[in-house]
Design a protein around this ligand. Structure first.
Ligand code: PBG
Length: 427
């Protein structure tokens, strides 16, 4: 019996039983170590290949190598199974002359082992960032337009959700606050209150889970009485430089609380350079900036705005978010963000914008993030509930496609569900 021992499997920090990644069925019994766990000692993995024929190897007769060779030379060839008969085709199958093809790409797809060997893209829980909605309450409130998502109580439900995610190897989250209306103003000053919901939550999580990577959203909309990402002038114009001033204070406040990556999602011009300078001036050289480089004015954000009650009071976001019809413009934003010091470039939404993800991947050496937004999530959920699609398979396929397009990390509301699926846990 052939047996091989593997000491660790590079599947991120996934806790493991049986792996069944999309397009990659593991046939042998693979058990996987859970590296970040302190509770369990790493187990040794054993992969046992099952014998193809019979119930074990042929009995040895005690012959020497020379004896075996001499027998064959003398014409006493030992038996092996015959070539199996050609499988028959159904009655009525036309008899044809085989096509003369120099290439038959199906050859490399003909068995699970070959398909696994030639799989070009992979995904693991380490690639996922889990967006979480928080509020001041103690209970978790379901979000109607996003089945399975909740506004989590910052001290209760949130902590439990983070623990569940870590348990399956998702150790990165991004926080979105639901701010009480009474704290919203036209200049969004609550955004940099050091004791506001987000900084308080960061301190709590960092105290409990020091190695958790916390991304934050930098934009004024959850704090703005106008529901816009920037300060709105009397005539409806979104004021760029004044907004950037506020965003710098917001980013510094988040960094002070312990944020690892601040993520400006506002699309103001020049905010990356300004935030970098503000962070450095306050001693936060180690804090990264993930720029929403190509964020489009998309209708796929609808459910999110319901979740946070952050619909713009009037107008739309088209003077700062990009026109969905534009491609080259994403390159202008890319060059700006790179020059200003961004550490990660993000494309949003995800699946409808795969060409933009590929564009950034091919034009920058920085890590690329894709945001599978609320509308994308809700469509898959709805299709699954209506039994029109297989929710789990479509979920995994959509995430794999975002990776194939060039995304290193994916922000997705499916993070926990997908990671559980990757670890072989059934719902
Ligand atoms: C706002 C922000 C939005 C999202 C993330 N940050 C909404 C918007 O721009 O109106 C959307 C995320 C989603 O739809 O999942 N700064």
């Amino acid at each position: 019996m052939a047996s091989m021992t593997i000491n660790s499997v590079n599947f991120g920090t996934a806790k493991g039983v049986k792996f069944e990644y999309l397009g990659l069925k593991v046939h042998q019994n693979v058990t996987c170590v859970k590296p970040h766990s302190v509770k369990f000692a790493p187990r040794t993995l054993t992969v046992n290949a099952v014998e193809a024929h019979g119930d074990g190897p042929v009995k040895k007769m005690g012959k020497s190598d020379e004896g075996c060779e001499a027998a064959v030379v003398a014409g006493n060839v030992p038996e092996a199974p015959p070539v199996p008969p050609k499988p028959s085709a159904p009655a009525g199958t036309p008899l044809v002359i085989p096509l003369r093809l120099s290439k038959r790409p199906r050859r490399n797809r003909r068995s699970p082992v070959l398909r696994a060997a030639f799989q070009e893209t992979s995904i693991s829980p380490a690639n996922l960032v889990y967006p979480l909605f928080i509020h001041e309450g103690e209970e978790d409130t379901p979000i109607g337009a996003m089945p399975g998502c909740y506004r989590l109580g910052w001290r209760h439900g949130l902590v439990e959700e983070v623990a569940k995610a870590r348990d399956v190897g998702v150790n990165s989250i991004v926080l979105f606050p639901k701010v009480p209306d009474a704290l919203k103003t036209s200049t969004g000053d609550e955004a940099y209150n050091d004791n506001g919901l987000v900084p308080r939550t960061i301190r709590l999580l960092k105290d409990k889970y020091p190695d958790l990577v916390i991304y934050t959203d930098v934009a004024l909309d959850p704090y703005s009485s106008d529901g816009h990402d920037g300060i709105v002038r009397e005539d409806g114009v979104i004021m760029n430089d004044e907004t950037v001033h506020q965003l710098c204070k917001q980013a510094v406040s988040q960094a002070r609380a312990g944020a690892d990556v601040v993520s400006p999602s506002d699309m103001m011009d020049g905010r990356i350079g300004a935030i970098r300078a503000a962070l450095d001036a306050e001693g936060f050289q180690h804090v990264s900036i993930m720029s929403y480089t190509a964020k489009y004015a998309s209708s796929f954000y609808g459910p999110f705005r319901e979740a946070l009650d952050s619909n713009p009071r009037f107008g739309d976001k088209k003077t700062y978010q990009m026109n969905p019809a534009n491609y080259r413009e994403a390159l202008i934003e890319t060059h700006e963000d790179e020059a200003e010091g961004a550490d990660i470039l993000l494309v949003k939404p995800g699946l409808p914008y795969l060409d933009i993800i590929r564009l950034l991947r091919d034009n920058s050496s920085l890590p690329i993030a894709a945001y599978q937004v609320s509308g994308e999530y809700s469509m898959i959920k709805a299709g699954g509930v209506l039994k029109m699609i297989d929710e789990e398979r479509v979920m995994m396929e959509s995430l794999m496609c975002l990776r194939r397009a060039g995304a290193d990390i994916i922000l997705t509301y499916f993070a926990l569900q997908a990671a559980r699926c990757m670890c072989g846990e059934k719902r």
